[in-house]
Design a protein around this ligand. Structure first.
Ligand SMILES: NC(=O)c1ccc[n+]([C@@H]2O[C@H](COP(=O)([O-])OP(=O)(O)OC[C@H]3O[C@@H](n4cnc5c(N)ncnc54)[C@H](OP(=O)(O)O)[C@@H]3O)[C@@H](O)[C@H]2O)c1
Length: 150
């Protein structure tokens, strides 16, 4: 993938994998919006820090307005509460779904117009397994016909 003229948005870029991905994108020549719930915690040189909480619709919309030149979205922000789905507290389960499912979906929807306009694709750290990821496959997955029985 050519990154020299890419304009990347990385969610959760203040630490962990997001920080590393943002640094790598800068190194490869991309302009990088390093987004974080608290942008003051972004310490990478060469990036544009931007406030973005994936669970806050207004924050997502505002970030998409600011980074309207984005061509590449890395849906990285996420949490792991280790809450058992059946026996665990529902609040924690909800938080995990809001952050890891509806969050990336909201971010993808907000940034879709700019990335579509430039024919680039949103991407996720858990690529293609994330519901928010609309990265096109290289081709349609062929459907197998069921084998006729014996
Ligand atoms: N590390 C692994 O082995 C692994 C494996 C598979 C998938 N992943 C996925 O890869 C991603 C990054 O993993 P990591 O290990 O780097 O995690 P991490 O160190 O815990 O970092 C998580 C990042 O997400 C941000 N974040 C959490 N909730 C957010 C919200 N509501 N809005 C915006 N940002 C939010 C955090 O920001 P704050 O600093 O504000 O909390 C932080 O920047 C996660 O989605 C994770 O599920 C990781």
């Amino acid at each position: 993938m050519e990154l020299k003229n890419a304009v990347a948005v990385v969610t959760g870029a203040n630490r962990g994998l997001g920080r590393h991905l943002a640094a790598q994108l800068v190194e490869r020549g991309a302009k990088v919006y390093a987004t974080a719930r608290r942008p003051e915690t972004v310490d990478l040189p060469g990036v544009v820090p931007l406030q973005l909480d994936v669970t806050d619709e207004e924050s997502v919309r505002a970030a998409a307005r600011t980074a309207s030149d984005a061509t590449l979205l890395v849906n990285n922000a996420g949490i792991l509460t280790d809450t058992p789905l059946v026996a665990g507290g529902l609040d924690a389960v909800r938080l995990e779904m809001e952050t890891n499912f509806f969050g990336p979906l909201a971010v993808t929807r907000a940034f879709a117009p700019s990335s579509r306009a430039t024919a680039a694709a949103p991407c996720s750290t858990s690529c293609r397994s994330c519901p928010g990821c609309t990265r096109p496959a290289s081709g349609p997955t062929p459907r197998r016909r069921p084998r006729p029985g014996p």
